[in-house]
Design a protein around this ligand. Structure first.
Ligand SMILES: *[C@@H]1O[C@H](CO)[C@@H](O)[C@H](O)[C@H]1NC(C)=O
Ligand SMILES: *[C@@H]1O[C@H](CO)[C@@H](O)[C@H](O)[C@H]1NC(C)=O
Ligand SMILES: *[C@@H]1O[C@H](CO)[C@@H](O)[C@H](O)[C@H]1NC(C)=O
Ligand SMILES: *[C@@H]1O[C@H](CO)[C@@H](O)[C@H](O)[C@H]1NC(C)=O
Ligand SMILES: *[C@@H]1O[C@H](CO)[C@@H](O)[C@H](O)[C@H]1NC(C)=O
Ligand SMILES: *[C@@H]1O[C@H](CO)[C@@H](O)[C@H](O)[C@H]1NC(C)=O
Ligand SMILES: *[C@@H]1O[C@H](CO)[C@@H](O)[C@H](O)[C@H]1NC(C)=O
Ligand SMILES: *[C@@H]1O[C@H](CO)[C@@H](O)[C@H](O)[C@H]1NC(C)=O
Length: 216
């Protein structure tokens, strides 16, 4: 059972790295999860602010997430604040002090526990993680919720009954909407190198090998 579960998660990760290659928005990858699941996901920063290098990522954690562990990223300082003085539940995360060239992308990972959302009367629950991206010149506010018009859309985590199915559907919709410019082998090798570099520390060794096998 554990093996089946981990291979499902790994294939979801692999699909999502493929899907996120051309995404120009700050987003969570992967972004679909199931009620009560423990998930390792990452803020994918695709580029700087209007041509300026990224120097900080400031995240507001939604109230529904009470168990979360952000991960260190080399050359970036990680700080957190808590909802109350018991220091149990993280409310904000910052990674700052690095310099990410304007055209470069980088992932800032975390593991978290999803709430046990009731999906009997709704198909999904969307959690928003507003992000302010600071740059050497200017900022980008990825803080718009739902249909807000102010700022860029906030990264979302979508709780669904079948995260594997939701991920596949999202890729199908995306592939219909855009013509792919990367060959599948180039995309797959990019996916495997990103996945192994980010998740090597977070997933069991066998799962990382599984990611490589699927991507290849
Ligand atoms: C998620 O992680 C927490 C903390 O490590 C653990 O207590 C819990 O049992 C895990 N839940 C699942 C569904 O694996
Ligand atoms: C982005 O940079 C260009 C050229 O430096 C400038 O003309 C434009 O106003 C900037 N856009 C924003 C939204 O800051
Ligand atoms: C961290 O900074 C050092 C010194 O500037 C540099 O050599 C190294 O490549 C950086 N590491 C990463 C992962 O960016
Ligand atoms: C919570 O964190 C603050 C700031 O680091 C610290 O002063 C305080 O003692 C901590 N409280 C507990 C219960 O650990
Ligand atoms: C989430 O639910 C909304 C309506 O409640 C629906 O429009 C949307 O397509 C759903 N998204 C997914 C990924 O299921
Ligand atoms: C982002 O929000 C801050 C604070 O509300 C504001 O000062 C800044 O101008 C905004 N940046 C952009 C690019 O809209
Ligand atoms: C989830 O979706 C996958 C892929 O479409 C499917 O094979 C699997 O049976 C679904 N699982 C459930 C519990 O619906
Ligand atoms: C993709 O396009 C095909 C043909 O236009 C259509 O049959 C299919 O339903 C579309 N799939 C999605 C997920 O939009």
């Amino acid at each position: 059972m554990a093996i089946i579960r981990s291979s499902l998660i790994v294939s979801t990760l692999a699909l999502f790295f493929y899907a996120s290659c051309t995404d120009a928005h700050v987003s969570l990858t992967p972004k679909f999860a199931e009620p009560g699941q423990n998930l390792t996901t990452a803020f994918h920063i695709p580029h700087g602010c209007n041509g300026s290098a990224t120097t900080g990522i400031f995240v507001t954690v939604p109230d529904a997430i009470t168990l979360l562990t952000p991960q260190q990223v080399n050359n970036w300082t990680l700080t957190t604040t808590y909802r109350d003085e018991s220091n149990q539940s993280i409310s904000t995360i910052s990674w700052f002090g690095g310099v990410l060239a304007p055209k470069d992308s980088l992932d800032f990972p975390m593991t978290l526990s999803l709430p046990n959302s009731d999906l009997s009367t709704q198909s999904n629950v969307t959690l928003y993680f507003p992000v302010v991206q600071t740059c050497q010149v200017g900022t980008a506010n990825w803080t718009a919720l739902g249909n807000d018009k102010e700022g860029e859309p906030a990264p979302t985590l979508v709780i669904v009954k079948n995260a594997t199915q939701a991920a596949a559907d999202a890729i199908a919709i995306k592939n219909n909407a855009t013509t792919s410019t990367t060959s599948s082998s180039a995309a797959a090798s990019q996916a495997s190198s990103v996945a192994s570099s980010i998740y090597a520390g977070a997933l069991p060794f066998a799962a990382v090998i599984g990611t490589l096998a699927i991507a290849l």
